[in-house]
Design a protein. Structure first.
Ligand SMILES: Cc1cc2nc3c(=O)[nH]c(=O)nc-3n(C[C@H](O)[C@H](O)[C@H](O)COP(=O)(O)OP(=O)(O)OC[C@H]3O[C@@H](n4cnc5c(N)ncnc54)[C@H](O)[C@@H]3O)c2cc1C
Length: 534
């Protein structure tokens, strides 16, 4: 099998790849077979001088009678590749254990942890404080329409975890062989094949919901059990060892192996772990607002005159600003092309924003979070100080929004000139149940507002119109990552002072995003399986 990298195809060219490749290699049509896309990315950097390209990495074979060696000799960006059988976890022999492992949370970390344990023949018991997918979907819709919040089932809590009502972006900065396992599993659960090779894969919330339900069924078919509306209330430690857990119902369950995939918003559970003496530490995170622009403005900036070509996906962006002198930084985060700003609160009298889009990304508005890093120097070095800061500003946003879960919003023009109320909005704000025009300076730390003001002008140079007077900002974005870390041992992935407790995923403070949380869950399960293998 041969592999070619950096194979550029003009974005409008619909010619089959076999033919384009044969042409490129000066081979007769039909000489190329078994073409498989390994990676596909867009290169629009130089659209002013060159056409926009799709850049492929392709595996392919040559028809009998065509000499691989001569092709390799002629073309530097071609090499031979061995087709790996599969990168799935090898089923390891298991040791009979008296107490089955328990997994808390059905976010990506919890689900992939449970699946890996099942594949090794264990029968994990999974507890999720929120509702199953269909009930949760109704609860979230009801909150977005009426402002009636369910603290146990919302955009943060429930089957699938935080990322369910999201853009379902599957990009990650980690480099781990289990990433392919995660993507393969999502495809086996119904996600589009392309997520395996796209440079920036996404599933979209509309497809992700069914994919998660299929993943849950896969766990159950392999002997696991999943219990919704069941909150872990307390853990019991003895001599630095986990011995038992208590559920919100009061039920006590002996437990020696507990995988905690609680996410970054389970503040009551963090408080319980801290009370029970589990070693934790304060951790830097980032806060800010969400900004919305017409999607066309972003498409024009990224694709130029080809902005509305049917051969191009809606455009995204990634922006950073760093003023070392003033020690102010800001970056765009979780950009949702053709998406919506969503109400992501999980506690009464608090307003939180985040972003979501469907697979088609066809909502016509582009949004992203504009985040400013904050550290324990800003909010205190106490383990729970970060949570205190989040709660404080989320409550201010609740009040500023009108104390009904409407969110405060402001045009960029007003924000930069410290006034509010202008309604010359470039887009209709997509946050539901609604917005109240207000001055976002009142629900943000001064440092964050100062960084945003400078960054907006800087970003406007990168994307003309980014700081247009009518661009809309809605606040507050407080849940970009975990505000504290449950300290664990690098080798065993167990809590450093509670044997048997495996803090996993984003809530543990060691992962961020759907894929890295899932990979973290898989690796913790593999550590456990290795430890217990007979
Ligand atoms: C609106 C939104 C959009 C996002 N978009 C993206 C995106 O496009 N791409 C991306 O990579 N990331 C995205 N993220 C981030 C991503 O969702 C998280 O990084 C990821 O879900 C973390 O996975 P996790 O399994 O560690 O935790 P979570 O997904 O947060 O899951 C934790 C689960 O644990 C449950 N739980 C908590 N406490 C308890 C308890 N005491 N007892 C029982 N159950 C409990 C919760 O109900 C929850 O279901 C988004 C997040 C949000 C909120």
């Amino acid at each position: 099998m041969l592999q070619i990298t950096n194979f550029n195809v003009v974005f409008t060219d619909q010619t089959p790849l076999e033919i384009l490749l044969a042409d490129k290699l000066n081979l007769p049509t039909g000489a190329i077979t078994d073409v498989k896309i390994i990676r596909k990315a867009i290169d629009a950097r130089r659209y002013k001088k060159n056409p926009i390209y799709y850049v492929y990495t392709l595996n392919f074979s040559l028809q009998k009678g065509h000499n691989e060696a001569s092709v390799l000799k002629k073309h530097k960006n071609i090499k031979t590749v061995q087709i790996k059988k599969d990168n799935n976890t090898k089923i390891l022999p298991r040791k009979k254990i008296s107490l089955q492992p328990i997994v808390v949370g059905t976010g990506p970390a919890g689900l992939f942890c449970a699946l890996t344990l099942c594949q090794a023949g264990y029968a994990p018991i999974v507890f999720e404080r929120g509702q199953d997918m269909d009930s949760r979907h109704k609860s979230v819709d009801q909150f977005w329409q009426t402002g009636h919040l369910r603290q146990e089932s919302n955009v943060q809590f429930g089957e699938g975890g935080a990322g369910t009502f999201s853009d379902g972006k599957l990009t990650t900065r980690i480099n781990d062989p289990q990433i392919a396992t995660v993507l393969d599993t999502f495809v086996r659960c119904g996600a589009p094949q392309e997520i395996r090779y796209l440079h920036k894969p996404h599933i979209g919330t509309d497809l992700l919901r069914q994919v998660i339900k299929n993943l849950r069924q896969m766990i159950i078919n392999l002997g696991g059990s999943v219990h919704f509306n069941t909150r872990l209330e307390k853990i019991c430690r003895l001599d630095n060892e986990l011995t038992e857990i208590t559920l919100h119902s009061g039920q006590k369950i002996p437990c020696r192996d507990l995988f905690m995939g609680i996410g970054h918003s389970a503040r009551d559970t963090y408080e319980m772990l801290f009370r029970e003496g589990v070693q934790m530490e304060a951790k830097p995170f980032a806060i800010g607002v969400r900004i919305e622009h017409p999607q066309e403005l972003i498409d024009r900036a990224q694709y130029g005159e080809d902005f509305n070509s049917p051969y191009l996906p809606v455009a995204d962006y990634a922006l950073t600003f760093n003023d070392r002198e003033k020690n102010l930084a800001c970056y765009s985060f979780c950009m949702c092309p053709g998406g919506k700003v969503v109400a992501a609160a999980s506690e009464n009298e608090r307003v939180v924003t985040n972003g979501m889009s469907d697979y088609a990304r066809d909502f016509g508005i582009a949004n992203s979070a504009l985040l400013v890093p904050v550290t324990p120097d800003d909010f205190g070095h106490g383990v729970l100080d970060g949570i205190r800061m989040q709660r404080h500003y989320e409550h201010l946003a609740f009040l500023l929004g009108g104390s009904n879960y409407c969110a405060p919003a402001q045009t960029v023009g007003d924000f930069l000139s410290h006034r509010y109320g202008s309604d010359n909005l470039l887009v209709t704000p997509s946050y539901c149940p609604g917005i109240t025009l207000a001055d976002l300076h009142f629900c943000l730390p001064q440092k964050v507002s100062a960084a945003l003001e400078l960054a907006l002008l800087h970003f406007d140079h990168k994307i003309p119109g980014f700081a247009a007077a009518g661009a809309v900002m809605t606040g507050v974005e407080m849940r970009s990552s975990a505000p504290c870390r449950i300290i664990r041992d690098k080798q065993t992935m167990m809590s450093i002072n509670t044997a048997g407790l495996y803090p996993i995923g984003e809530g543990a403070g060691y992962a961020g995003g759907i894929v890295s949380a899932a990979v973290d869950g898989i690796n913790a399960a593999r550590h456990f399986i290795e430890k217990n293998k007979s």
